[in-house]
Design a protein around this ligand. Structure first.
Ligand code: F6R
Length: 625
């Protein structure tokens, strides 16, 4: 949510910042802006709408070449998307330019304070107060090389809420100062071909992976000063020095390119077999036992667990719903699954023997982060399932299991989701192994089933042409229903979410058995209903019940789109459209049944002429509550 880029170094900052913004546009895209510091003066350009609008402005009115620059791509919170509200914001005296991600919660009294000194605000944003306060704090700070950093620390001590701020000041050439509290910021340290040092700031590493893989993690409430001559200095908000943690980015720059696909989402869907394989890689020991080295919880702590909460948002929450079926089945530990934004507000019962599994692709989702902190305050153990190395959620958790999906650029999560589901299976199996609920050979047998998933997903992907045709025929619909039972129910929820967010079609997912308790009333002639059918081998005739549900909706005029296992002939008479998936063990089936729903949503959106990668009103990585 809001992309932030900063650069100090020998290259032309205009190019580096703009390239960073292109890579970060998925974080927010309702306006964009850039500021460079050249010859002791700030030059800015900003424009409402997608980055392309800003690029047009810059083509008509280029900024001067510079070695220091900042850029921002926005997802609006305070103040609508407009040129005036776009970042950077410049202080009234013209000395400071600031970009911001997050929400400054006490901005109203701070704005009143600035206005009382005669400052006229140029925007409706909370950010602008930071620019004016920083300019004033700079004037008051003692002269010296750390003056801008001192001023930033003084301002941060006054701010409430969550924020990443990056600032440049006309008196501090080749310097950037940034601060973070509960909002993402990473530092990149690079070297040009001729050996000159260069420094980057980014909301995430995508901002600079084309230039360097050497990064520094920043902790909460820290200020970083980047100076071309003096390098990187990190302190807390009171000036005490902090040693940042260095890490190497393992994402490859090409992974953040479209690679010939029309949409990042299509590319990421196609990458799912590899992403699943990478998530499984190296996690099975020589004797068939699971080896989750990053799970830094002792065997005793895992044996003491008597209750599990899975907490996440959106698609990641759906991964949690699937996890519940598998973890309860394998471990017999009760599992509750909850959306993160509700979790802490209802005062959940947590103690030392509770394991809270937080799932987040980005590792920065504010609702999930707040739930994690609440769980830790209550002494629960927290295990994160996360895709982004160096992000806040794994850093604050007791343990982490990374998914190795690589960068996910499309706003709608696909490979992030499937790898989260696979990681949840690994956690469930690991718990079952440690607690003696499963022998090593039993774990190894399920892991073998998991290892078959990349090929199974690849075979689904190879058969997607009819789904594309179906998508075109559905492009004019204004509502759709999705049904499933058992693990197929969260898949139905995920299918509906994908369709809503990408194609703006009203879609709802239901537990198939719940339909007759009300929702069936909305079905009339031609209503498209997607049904995720469980395997005929699933327990307690769930399969037969879903086949009956298909007949019920069809009898009321529904146009049925049925996703069923190969060889399941029972569904054939009732399917207006039949999408086949390979035979897969029941608990693992969501990994294959989700794929056609991703493709369907993507292709319907594309047929409607919509921007698949950047749907309206959304942003990747929601870093506000
Ligand atoms: C939907 C989608 C979102 C995210 C949710 C959580 O396609 O992508 O629902 O799943 O915002 O994001 P992370 O996993 O980054 O915490």
């Amino acid at each position: 949510m809001c992309g932030i880029v900063g650069y100090v170094g020998p290259q032309d900052a205009r190019d580096v910042v703009l390239e960073g913004l292109r890579r970060l546009e998925y974080r927010g895209y309702d306006s964009a802006g850039i500021a460079v510091l050249a010859d002791g003066a700030l030059s800015t350009a900003k424009k409402a709408g997608k980055l392309a609008n800003l690029e047009k402005v810059l083509a008509d009115r280029p900024l001067p070449a510079a070695t220091t620059g900042i850029g921002h791509t926005r997802w609006a919170t305070h103040g609508g998307p407009s040129d005036a509200n776009a970042h950077p914001h410049v202080s009234a005296d013209g000395s400071v330019a600031v970009i911001h991600n997050g929400i400054i919660e006490n901005f109203a009294p701070l704005r009143a304070e600035c206005e009382a000194t005669g400052i006229e605000f140029a925007s409706e944003t909370d950010t602008e107060v930071a620019a004016h306060l920083l300019a004033a704090a700079y004037r008051e700070a003692p002269e010296g090389e750390t003056r801008l950093a001192d001023a930033m620390r003084a301002v941060c001590r006054r701010l409430e809420g969550a924020f990443t701020l990056v600032a440049t000041h006309v008196d501090a050439p080749d310097t950037l100062v940034a601060a973070r509290r509960s909002s993402p910021l990473v530092v990149g340290i690079g070297e040009t071909d001729d050996g000159a040092a260069e420094y980057f700031l980014g909301s995430d590493v995508a901002a600079f992976i084309g230039h360097t893989r050497n990064a520094l993690e920043l902790g909460q409430d820290q200020v970083v000063e980047i100076d071309r001559a003096r390098g990187v200095t990190v302190t807390d908000f009171h000036g005490a020095p902090v040693e940042p943690t260095a890490y190497t980015v393992d994402w490859d720059a090409a992974a953040a390119e479209k690679g010939g696909y029309d949409w990042f989402m299509l590319k990421e869907i196609a990458e799912q077999p590899q992403a699943i394989a990478d998530t499984l890689l190296g996690r099975l020991g020589p004797n068939g036992e699971l080896a989750l080295d990053e799970v830094r919880l002792s065997d005793q702590e895992l044996r003491d667990v008597d209750k599990i909460f899975v907490v996440a948002c959106g698609t990641a929450y759906h991964a949690g719903l699937i996890a519940k079926y598998a973890i309860e089945h394998w471990t017999r530990i009760p599992v509750e699954v909850e959306v993160a934004s509700e979790f802490r507000y209802r005062d959940p019962v947590l103690d030392r023997s509770t394991l809270v599994i937080v799932i987040s692709q980005s590792g920065e989702t504010m609702d999930t982060l707040m739930a994690l902190r609440h769980a830790k305050d209550q002494k629960a153990r927290v295990l994160a399932i996360c895709n982004a190395n160096g992000s806040t959620i794994p850093r604050e958790s007791d343990a982490v299991l990374y998914t190795y999906a690589g960068p996910e650029i499309a706003v709608a999560s696909t490979k992030g989701f499937l790898t989260q589901v696979v990681a949840c299976y690994l956690v469930g199996l690991f718990l079952a192994q440690v607690r003696g609920m499963k022998f090593e050979d039993e774990v190894a047998a399920v892991v073998d089933d998991l290892r078959a998933l990349p090929d199974a997903v690849a075979s689904v992907l190879a058969e997607m042409e009819p789904v594309r045709g179906l998508a075109r025929s559905l492009a004019g619909e204004d509502r759709m229903l999705f049904l499933g039972r058992h693990v197929g129910f969260p898949v139905a929820l995920e299918g509906a979410l994908k369709l809503k967010e990408l194609a703006y079609i009203h879609a709802e997912g239901f537990a198939a058995g719940e339909l007759k308790h009300g929702p069936i009333a909305v079905i009339d002639q031609g209503t498209p209903v997607v049904v995720v059918v469980p395997s005929p081998r699933s327990r307690e005739s769930v399969h037969g019940k879903v086949v009956s549900n298909i007949q019920e909706v069809r009898a009321r005029g529904a146009r049925t789109i049925v996703i069923a296992e190969e060889g399941d002939d029972d569904v054939v008479p009732y399917a207006d459209h039949l999408i086949r998936v390979p035979r897969t063990p029941t608990l693992l089936a969501p990994v294959v049944t989700t794929v056609p729903l991703q493709v369907l949503a993507c292709e319907i959106a594309d047929s409607r002429g919509l921007d698949v990668d950047q749907p309206r009103n959304l942003a990747k990585s929601v870093t506000v509550e």
